[in-house]
Design a protein around this ligand. Sequence first.
Ligand code: ZN
Ligand code: ZN
Length: 394
Amino acid sequence: MLAMNYRGPFRVRADHKPDPVIEHPGDAIVRVTRSCICGSDLHLYHGLVPDTRVGTTFGHEFVGIVEEVGSQVTKLKVGDHVLVPFNVFCGSCFFCQKELYGNCHNTNPQASAVGGIYGYSHTAGGFDGGQAEFVRVPMADVGPTVIPADMDQDDAVLLTDALPTGYQAAEMGDISEGDTVVVFGAGPVGIFAAKSAWLFGAGRVIVVDHVDYRLDFVRRYAQCEVVNFREVDDMALHIKKMTDWLGADVCIDAVGCEAAGSAAQTITGVYTMMQAGSATALHWCINSVRKGGNVSIVGVYGPTFNAIPIGNALNKGLTMRMNQASVKRHLPRLIEHIQAGRIDPKQIITHRVPLEEVSDAYHLFSSKLDNCIKTVLIPPSANQVRAVASTANH
Ligand SMILES: [Zn+2]
Ligand SMILES: [Zn+2]
Protein backbone atom coordinates (compact mmCIF):
# COMPACT_ATOMS: atom_id res chain seq x y z
CA MET A 1 0.00 0.00 0.00
CA LEU A 2 0.96 3.64 -0.27
CA ALA A 3 1.72 5.30 3.09
CA MET A 4 3.36 8.36 4.53
CA ASN A 5 6.84 7.36 5.67
CA TYR A 6 8.85 9.36 8.25
CA ARG A 7 12.53 9.62 7.27
CA GLY A 8 13.73 12.07 9.93
CA PRO A 9 13.01 15.68 10.92
CA PHE A 10 11.47 17.69 8.06
CA ARG A 11 11.60 14.64 5.79
CA VAL A 12 8.52 12.64 4.98
CA ARG A 13 7.52 10.94 1.77
CA ALA A 14 4.91 8.64 0.26
CA ASP A 15 6.27 5.10 0.02
CA HIS A 16 5.03 1.62 -0.61
CA LYS A 17 4.80 -0.42 2.58
CA PRO A 18 3.34 -3.86 3.32
CA ASP A 19 -0.43 -3.81 3.92
CA PRO A 20 -1.31 -4.06 7.62
CA VAL A 21 -2.79 -7.38 8.70
CA ILE A 22 -5.04 -8.55 11.52
CA GLU A 23 -2.65 -9.24 14.41
CA HIS A 24 -5.24 -9.90 17.10
CA PRO A 25 -8.80 -11.20 16.79
CA GLY A 26 -10.07 -7.82 18.09
CA ASP A 27 -8.44 -5.88 15.23
CA ALA A 28 -10.01 -4.42 12.13
CA ILE A 29 -8.34 -3.20 8.95
CA VAL A 30 -9.75 0.09 7.71
CA ARG A 31 -9.38 1.39 4.16
CA VAL A 32 -8.69 5.07 4.68
CA THR A 33 -10.75 7.57 2.67
CA ARG A 34 -9.71 10.79 4.44
CA SER A 35 -6.78 11.50 6.74
CA CYS A 36 -5.81 14.89 8.15
CA ILE A 37 -2.48 16.40 8.98
CA CYS A 38 -2.75 17.75 12.52
CA GLY A 39 -0.84 20.57 14.18
CA SER A 40 0.52 17.97 16.56
CA ASP A 41 1.88 16.00 13.59
CA LEU A 42 4.13 19.00 13.07
CA HIS A 43 5.76 18.36 16.47
CA LEU A 44 6.67 14.90 15.13
CA TYR A 45 7.71 16.32 11.76
CA HIS A 46 9.96 18.85 13.48
CA GLY A 47 11.63 16.08 15.48
CA LEU A 48 10.41 17.26 18.88
CA VAL A 49 8.65 14.10 20.05
CA PRO A 50 10.93 11.50 21.67
CA ASP A 51 11.18 8.04 20.08
CA THR A 52 9.70 8.99 16.72
CA ARG A 53 11.12 6.17 14.63
CA VAL A 54 12.17 6.34 11.00
CA GLY A 55 9.87 4.22 8.85
CA THR A 56 6.72 4.85 10.86
CA THR A 57 3.51 6.32 9.45
CA PHE A 58 1.82 9.28 11.13
CA GLY A 59 -1.87 10.10 11.10
CA HIS A 60 -4.26 10.01 14.06
CA GLU A 61 -7.20 11.70 12.30
CA PHE A 62 -8.81 9.40 9.76
CA VAL A 63 -12.05 7.94 8.50
CA GLY A 64 -12.56 5.01 6.20
CA ILE A 65 -14.34 1.80 5.34
CA VAL A 66 -13.95 -1.42 7.27
CA GLU A 67 -12.08 -3.79 4.98
CA GLU A 68 -11.59 -6.78 7.27
CA VAL A 69 -12.43 -7.70 10.86
CA GLY A 70 -10.85 -10.14 13.33
CA SER A 71 -12.85 -13.09 14.65
CA GLN A 72 -13.71 -11.36 17.95
CA VAL A 73 -15.10 -8.16 16.43
CA THR A 74 -18.86 -8.05 16.85
CA LYS A 75 -19.88 -4.39 16.48
CA LEU A 76 -18.33 -3.64 13.08
CA LYS A 77 -18.80 -5.32 9.77
CA VAL A 78 -16.99 -5.13 6.46
CA GLY A 79 -18.21 -2.13 4.51
CA ASP A 80 -19.08 0.05 7.51
CA HIS A 81 -18.01 3.69 7.15
CA VAL A 82 -16.26 4.57 10.39
CA LEU A 83 -14.57 7.48 12.09
CA VAL A 84 -11.78 6.39 14.39
CA PRO A 85 -10.96 8.50 17.49
CA PHE A 86 -7.27 9.33 17.75
CA ASN A 87 -7.09 7.57 21.11
CA VAL A 88 -6.32 3.84 21.00
CA PHE A 89 -8.14 2.61 24.09
CA CYS A 90 -9.46 -0.57 25.65
CA GLY A 91 -12.73 0.68 27.12
CA SER A 92 -12.40 -1.38 30.27
CA CYS A 93 -9.35 -0.41 32.36
CA PHE A 94 -9.52 1.81 35.47
CA PHE A 95 -9.08 4.96 33.38
CA CYS A 96 -11.40 4.00 30.52
CA GLN A 97 -14.10 3.25 33.10
CA LYS A 98 -13.80 6.90 34.11
CA GLU A 99 -14.12 7.85 30.42
CA LEU A 100 -10.49 9.03 30.43
CA TYR A 101 -9.93 7.33 27.08
CA GLY A 102 -6.86 9.43 26.39
CA ASN A 103 -5.23 7.87 29.44
CA CYS A 104 -5.98 4.19 28.75
CA HIS A 105 -3.65 1.94 30.70
CA ASN A 106 -3.67 -0.98 28.27
CA THR A 107 -2.68 0.45 24.92
CA ASN A 108 0.72 1.98 25.53
CA PRO A 109 3.67 0.30 27.24
CA GLN A 110 4.70 3.81 28.39
CA ALA A 111 1.22 4.28 29.89
CA SER A 112 2.23 6.13 33.03
CA ALA A 113 0.89 9.23 31.26
CA VAL A 114 -0.75 9.23 27.85
CA GLY A 115 -2.51 6.20 26.40
CA GLY A 116 -2.14 4.92 22.84
CA ILE A 117 -2.40 7.32 19.90
CA TYR A 118 -2.35 6.30 16.24
CA GLY A 119 0.76 7.39 14.40
CA TYR A 120 2.23 9.35 17.26
CA SER A 121 5.65 7.81 17.98
CA HIS A 122 6.55 4.98 20.32
CA THR A 123 6.02 7.37 23.23
CA ALA A 124 2.31 6.92 22.47
CA GLY A 125 2.33 3.19 21.82
CA GLY A 126 4.08 2.86 18.45
CA PHE A 127 0.90 2.39 16.40
CA ASP A 128 1.11 3.14 12.70
CA GLY A 129 -1.29 5.89 11.69
CA GLY A 130 -3.83 6.57 9.01
CA GLN A 131 -1.89 8.68 6.50
CA ALA A 132 -1.95 5.55 4.37
CA GLU A 133 -4.29 3.50 2.23
CA PHE A 134 -4.94 1.04 5.07
CA VAL A 135 -4.54 1.06 8.81
CA ARG A 136 -4.79 -1.57 11.53
CA VAL A 137 -7.32 -0.57 14.18
CA PRO A 138 -6.85 -2.50 17.43
CA MET A 139 -9.80 -3.10 19.78
CA ALA A 140 -12.09 -2.33 16.91
CA ASP A 141 -15.28 -2.80 18.93
CA VAL A 142 -14.30 0.05 21.26
CA GLY A 143 -13.05 3.13 19.40
CA PRO A 144 -14.46 3.25 15.87
CA THR A 145 -17.88 4.81 15.45
CA VAL A 146 -20.10 4.26 12.43
CA ILE A 147 -20.56 7.57 10.59
CA PRO A 148 -24.22 8.62 10.45
CA ALA A 149 -25.58 8.19 6.90
CA ASP A 150 -26.33 11.90 6.52
CA MET A 151 -22.88 13.06 7.63
CA ASP A 152 -20.23 14.30 5.20
CA GLN A 153 -16.95 12.42 5.68
CA ASP A 154 -15.14 15.77 5.74
CA ASP A 155 -17.13 16.58 8.90
CA ALA A 156 -16.58 13.08 10.26
CA VAL A 157 -12.80 13.25 9.95
CA LEU A 158 -12.75 16.40 12.09
CA LEU A 159 -14.59 14.46 14.81
CA THR A 160 -11.56 12.21 15.28
CA ASP A 161 -9.52 14.91 17.07
CA ALA A 162 -9.67 18.61 16.17
CA LEU A 163 -13.32 19.29 17.06
CA PRO A 164 -13.54 17.13 20.21
CA THR A 165 -10.20 18.53 21.42
CA GLY A 166 -11.39 22.12 20.96
CA TYR A 167 -14.71 21.24 22.57
CA GLN A 168 -13.04 19.58 25.55
CA ALA A 169 -10.80 22.63 25.93
CA ALA A 170 -13.94 24.73 26.41
CA GLU A 171 -15.48 22.11 28.69
CA MET A 172 -12.38 21.97 30.92
CA GLY A 173 -12.48 25.77 31.14
CA ASP A 174 -15.67 25.32 33.19
CA ILE A 175 -17.15 28.40 31.52
CA SER A 176 -19.93 30.19 33.40
CA GLU A 177 -22.71 32.17 31.70
CA GLY A 178 -21.28 35.44 30.40
CA ASP A 179 -17.60 34.61 30.97
CA THR A 180 -14.83 36.16 28.92
CA VAL A 181 -12.83 33.37 27.31
CA VAL A 182 -9.43 33.93 25.71
CA VAL A 183 -8.16 31.24 23.35
CA PHE A 184 -4.46 31.26 22.53
CA GLY A 185 -3.90 29.73 19.09
CA ALA A 186 -6.01 30.04 15.93
CA GLY A 187 -5.17 26.65 14.49
CA PRO A 188 -7.98 24.11 14.02
CA VAL A 189 -8.18 23.24 17.73
CA GLY A 190 -8.22 26.90 18.80
CA ILE A 191 -10.86 27.68 16.17
CA PHE A 192 -13.08 24.89 17.50
CA ALA A 193 -12.38 25.89 21.12
CA ALA A 194 -13.58 29.42 20.32
CA LYS A 195 -16.67 28.09 18.57
CA SER A 196 -17.38 25.71 21.47
CA ALA A 197 -16.92 28.42 24.12
CA TRP A 198 -20.20 30.00 22.97
CA LEU A 199 -21.96 26.64 23.33
CA PHE A 200 -20.86 26.57 26.98
CA GLY A 201 -22.29 30.04 27.64
CA ALA A 202 -19.37 32.43 27.10
CA GLY A 203 -20.32 36.09 26.89
CA ARG A 204 -17.18 37.14 25.07
CA VAL A 205 -14.58 35.18 23.12
CA ILE A 206 -11.16 36.53 22.14
CA VAL A 207 -8.65 34.58 20.01
CA VAL A 208 -4.92 35.38 20.02
CA ASP A 209 -2.45 34.38 17.29
CA HIS A 210 0.07 36.01 14.96
CA VAL A 211 -1.05 34.52 11.64
CA ASP A 212 -3.39 37.08 10.09
CA TYR A 213 -5.23 34.80 7.68
CA ARG A 214 -6.10 32.47 10.55
CA LEU A 215 -7.28 35.36 12.70
CA ASP A 216 -9.45 36.56 9.79
CA PHE A 217 -10.91 33.09 9.46
CA VAL A 218 -11.68 32.58 13.15
CA ARG A 219 -13.20 36.05 13.46
CA ARG A 220 -15.76 35.10 10.83
CA TYR A 221 -16.15 31.43 11.73
CA ALA A 222 -16.46 31.79 15.50
CA GLN A 223 -17.81 35.38 15.62
CA CYS A 224 -15.08 36.35 18.08
CA GLU A 225 -12.69 39.21 18.69
CA VAL A 226 -9.09 38.67 17.66
CA VAL A 227 -5.68 39.94 18.77
CA ASN A 228 -2.46 39.66 16.78
CA PHE A 229 0.21 39.29 19.49
CA ARG A 230 2.85 40.79 17.20
CA GLU A 231 0.97 44.08 17.55
CA VAL A 232 0.93 43.96 21.34
CA ASP A 233 3.78 44.81 23.72
CA ASP A 234 2.68 42.84 26.74
CA MET A 235 0.09 40.12 26.25
CA ALA A 236 -1.18 39.85 29.82
CA LEU A 237 -1.43 43.64 30.15
CA HIS A 238 -3.35 43.82 26.87
CA ILE A 239 -5.90 41.22 27.99
CA LYS A 240 -6.29 43.08 31.29
CA LYS A 241 -6.94 46.32 29.40
CA MET A 242 -9.62 44.52 27.42
CA THR A 243 -11.31 43.15 30.58
CA ASP A 244 -11.69 46.08 33.00
CA TRP A 245 -8.25 45.28 34.42
CA LEU A 246 -9.41 42.01 35.94
CA GLY A 247 -8.15 39.50 33.37
CA ALA A 248 -10.11 36.86 31.48
CA ASP A 249 -12.34 34.42 33.34
CA VAL A 250 -11.02 31.50 31.31
CA CYS A 251 -7.84 31.11 29.25
CA ILE A 252 -7.30 28.20 26.86
CA ASP A 253 -3.89 27.07 25.59
CA ALA A 254 -4.51 25.62 22.13
CA VAL A 255 -0.89 25.98 21.05
CA GLY A 256 1.40 23.71 23.04
CA CYS A 257 5.11 23.22 22.77
CA GLU A 258 6.00 25.21 19.66
CA ALA A 259 4.56 28.56 20.63
CA ALA A 260 6.03 31.68 19.06
CA GLY A 261 6.04 35.05 20.82
CA SER A 262 8.91 34.84 23.33
CA ALA A 263 12.56 34.73 22.27
CA ALA A 264 13.62 33.28 25.63
CA GLN A 265 11.11 30.43 25.40
CA THR A 266 11.93 29.72 21.76
CA ILE A 267 15.68 29.60 22.42
CA THR A 268 15.44 27.40 25.52
CA GLY A 269 12.56 25.26 24.25
CA VAL A 270 13.03 24.87 20.52
CA TYR A 271 16.61 25.71 19.53
CA THR A 272 18.56 24.33 22.51
CA MET A 273 15.88 22.00 23.94
CA MET A 274 16.77 22.91 27.52
CA GLN A 275 13.05 22.52 28.16
CA ALA A 276 10.40 20.42 26.40
CA GLY A 277 9.35 23.07 23.91
CA SER A 278 8.36 26.70 24.19
CA ALA A 279 5.62 27.30 26.76
CA THR A 280 4.81 30.89 25.78
CA ALA A 281 1.07 30.30 25.33
CA LEU A 282 0.84 28.72 28.75
CA HIS A 283 2.66 31.69 30.30
CA TRP A 284 0.15 34.00 28.68
CA CYS A 285 -2.75 31.90 29.95
CA ILE A 286 -1.53 31.99 33.54
CA ASN A 287 -0.71 35.68 33.42
CA SER A 288 -3.80 36.84 31.46
CA VAL A 289 -6.47 35.01 33.44
CA ARG A 290 -8.05 36.76 36.42
CA LYS A 291 -7.44 35.71 40.01
CA GLY A 292 -9.48 32.59 40.75
CA GLY A 293 -9.89 31.97 37.02
CA ASN A 294 -9.56 28.79 35.00
CA VAL A 295 -6.80 27.71 32.64
CA SER A 296 -7.48 24.86 30.23
CA ILE A 297 -4.63 23.26 28.32
CA VAL A 298 -5.01 21.10 25.22
CA GLY A 299 -1.88 22.19 23.35
CA VAL A 300 0.58 19.30 23.34
CA TYR A 301 3.59 19.32 25.68
CA GLY A 302 6.24 16.69 26.20
CA PRO A 303 6.39 14.80 29.46
CA THR A 304 9.59 16.41 30.73
CA PHE A 305 10.56 19.78 32.17
CA ASN A 306 8.98 23.09 31.13
CA ALA A 307 9.64 26.49 32.68
CA ILE A 308 6.18 27.71 33.63
CA PRO A 309 5.20 30.36 36.23
CA ILE A 310 3.61 28.01 38.72
CA GLY A 311 4.05 30.56 41.51
CA ASN A 312 1.76 32.98 39.67
CA ALA A 313 -0.79 30.20 39.24
CA LEU A 314 -0.68 29.39 42.94
CA ASN A 315 -0.84 32.96 44.18
CA LYS A 316 -3.68 33.83 41.82
CA GLY A 317 -5.65 30.80 42.96
CA LEU A 318 -6.09 29.36 39.50
CA THR A 319 -7.78 26.16 38.56
CA MET A 320 -5.85 24.41 35.82
CA ARG A 321 -7.23 21.49 33.86
CA MET A 322 -5.60 19.68 30.98
CA ASN A 323 -5.68 16.42 29.08
CA GLN A 324 -5.59 14.77 25.74
CA ALA A 325 -9.20 14.76 24.56
CA SER A 326 -11.35 11.78 25.37
CA VAL A 327 -12.83 11.75 21.88
CA LYS A 328 -15.43 9.01 22.17
CA ARG A 329 -17.08 10.65 25.20
CA HIS A 330 -17.89 13.77 23.15
CA LEU A 331 -19.13 12.11 19.95
CA PRO A 332 -22.88 11.83 20.69
CA ARG A 333 -23.15 15.52 21.63
CA LEU A 334 -20.94 16.75 18.78
CA ILE A 335 -22.77 14.68 16.17
CA GLU A 336 -25.95 16.34 17.45
CA HIS A 337 -24.39 19.81 17.12
CA ILE A 338 -23.29 19.08 13.54
CA GLN A 339 -26.64 17.62 12.50
CA ALA A 340 -28.44 20.63 14.01
CA GLY A 341 -26.18 22.97 12.05
CA ARG A 342 -24.66 24.60 15.13
CA ILE A 343 -21.15 23.63 14.02
CA ASP A 344 -19.96 23.14 10.44
CA PRO A 345 -16.50 21.61 10.94
CA LYS A 346 -15.53 21.07 7.31
CA GLN A 347 -15.35 24.82 6.69
CA ILE A 348 -11.86 24.78 8.22
CA ILE A 349 -10.53 22.44 5.50
CA THR A 350 -8.46 24.55 3.13
CA HIS A 351 -6.50 21.87 1.27
CA ARG A 352 -7.28 18.44 -0.15
CA VAL A 353 -4.07 16.76 -1.27
CA PRO A 354 -3.44 13.32 -2.83
CA LEU A 355 -1.49 11.08 -0.43
CA GLU A 356 1.22 10.82 -3.10
CA GLU A 357 2.01 14.49 -2.40
CA VAL A 358 2.30 14.09 1.38
CA SER A 359 5.76 15.66 1.44
CA ASP A 360 4.47 18.89 -0.13
CA ALA A 361 1.44 18.81 2.16
CA TYR A 362 3.62 18.75 5.30
CA HIS A 363 5.82 21.53 3.98
CA LEU A 364 2.83 23.69 3.10
CA PHE A 365 1.17 23.18 6.49
CA SER A 366 4.38 23.53 8.49
CA SER A 367 5.31 26.78 6.75
CA LYS A 368 1.72 28.09 6.87
CA LEU A 369 1.80 28.69 3.11
CA ASP A 370 -1.18 29.31 0.87
CA ASN A 371 -3.45 30.30 3.80
CA CYS A 372 -3.43 26.69 5.00
CA ILE A 373 -5.59 25.88 8.02
CA LYS A 374 -6.42 22.19 7.67
CA THR A 375 -5.10 19.70 5.12
CA VAL A 376 -6.84 16.47 4.24
CA LEU A 377 -4.89 13.70 2.52
CA ILE A 378 -6.77 11.53 0.09
CA PRO A 379 -5.28 8.09 -0.63
CA PRO A 380 -5.52 6.84 -4.23
CA SER A 381 -7.73 3.93 -3.19
CA ALA A 382 -10.31 6.35 -1.70
CA ASN A 383 -11.16 7.48 -5.22
CA GLN A 384 -11.66 3.90 -6.35
CA VAL A 385 -14.10 3.42 -3.49
CA ARG A 386 -16.03 6.52 -4.49
CA ALA A 387 -16.12 5.37 -8.14
CA VAL A 388 -17.47 1.98 -7.11
CA ALA A 389 -20.07 3.57 -4.84
CA SER A 390 -21.31 5.97 -7.50
CA THR A 391 -21.54 3.18 -10.09
CA ALA A 392 -23.62 1.19 -7.63
CA ASN A 393 -26.01 4.11 -7.19
CA HIS A 394 -26.87 4.37 -10.88
ZN1 ZN B 1 -4.70 15.77 15.80
ZN1 ZN C 1 -8.33 1.42 28.87
